[in-house]
Design a protein around this ligand. Structure first.
Ligand SMILES: [Mg+2]
Length: 266
């Protein structure tokens, strides 16, 4: 791949830049190198609970300046509502901010069933204080015709102590109770892919563009959706033993982001 220049890079965060809050060695150096080469970078995460300022702040602590270069599944979900729509936010602060940035009205399901009159859409995103009151208010809104939008469908997420329920589990609860199909906004789906293309000066299918991530089911399929190449790093949830059989198959596999950048630009 030598000789590529000015390509667009979509970088996943968890498993690429950090792992369970710990910076991955060499990631900041690799990003500094890409910036020095004038590459286009966009940090794209399915984690919706943090505001963009909070994500930028976490990256800054890792030594990475990501100002204005963060895209979250909260923003993707908010792109599916219209300005002035009434949105029940069964999610964290990242979704509240994104809905308000969109010019829609963010309402709190913990205020109770039918507290806010007619609702246009319910957005569900990961939040650790999900409870029956929020589920009940969301369910009532769905029964009355609100659309169900989910930030992402990951069933679980890894922690040092094992797997915990992810937003796919919360989404299933709302979809089951509301008897509706959710629209999933985050990786690898269309909403976040379209937003990423809006933010990068490139087009679907441009040769050499890369999505770098640790998870074929989200990062790899996002690459397919965008017509980009998939760069698999082994610094997250996918191990070397799985790399050979992973689907979609990666264009490039490296131990971590720094090794991958060194391979692209020897
Ligand atoms: Mg990841």
């Amino acid at each position: 791949m030598a000789g590529l220049s000015d390509i667009a890079w979509i970088l996943d965060l968890d498993g690429v830049v950090w792992l369970a809050e710990q910076p991955i060695p060499g990631a900041a150096r690799a990003i500094e190198r890409l910036d020095g080469l004038g590459e286009q970078l966009l940090f794209v995460t399915n984690f919706s609970a943090l505001t963009k300022g909070q994500v930028e702040g976490k990256l800054k602590v890792c030594g990475i300046d990501a100002t204005g270069r963060v895209l979250t599944s909260a923003m993707a979900a908010a792109s599916l509502v219209q300005p002035n729509e009434k949105v029940l936010v069964c999610a964290g602060n990242g979704v509240i901010e994104a809905v308000e940035d969109r010019g829609a009205i963010a309402l709190d399901p913990s205020d109770g069933v039918d507290a806010h009159g007619s609702i246009d859409a319910v957005i569900v995103g990961f939040h650790p204080h999900f409870d029956f009151t929020r589920l009940a208010a969301s369910t009532r809104a769905l029964h009355k015709g609100a659309r169900l939008i989910s930030t992402n469908n990951d069933p679980t997420y890894p922690t040092p102590d094992g797997l915990l329920p992810g937003n796919g589990s919360l989404t299933s609860a709302l979809a089951t109770a509301g008897q509706v199909q959710p629209t999933i906004a985050g990786k690898p789906n269309r909403a976040i892919a379209d937003l990423a293309l809006d933010r990068l000066e490139t087009q679907r299918g441009t040769q050499g563009n890369l999505v770098v991530g640790d998870l074929p089911a989200t990062d790899g399929l996002l690459a397919v959706e965008l017509g980009f190449e998939f760069g698999l790093v082994l610094s997250g949830v996918t191990g070397a033993e799985d790399a050979a059989t992973c689907d979609p198959s990666p264009y490039i596999v490296a131990d971590d982001l720094e090794a991958l950048v060194d391979e692209v630009f020897p």
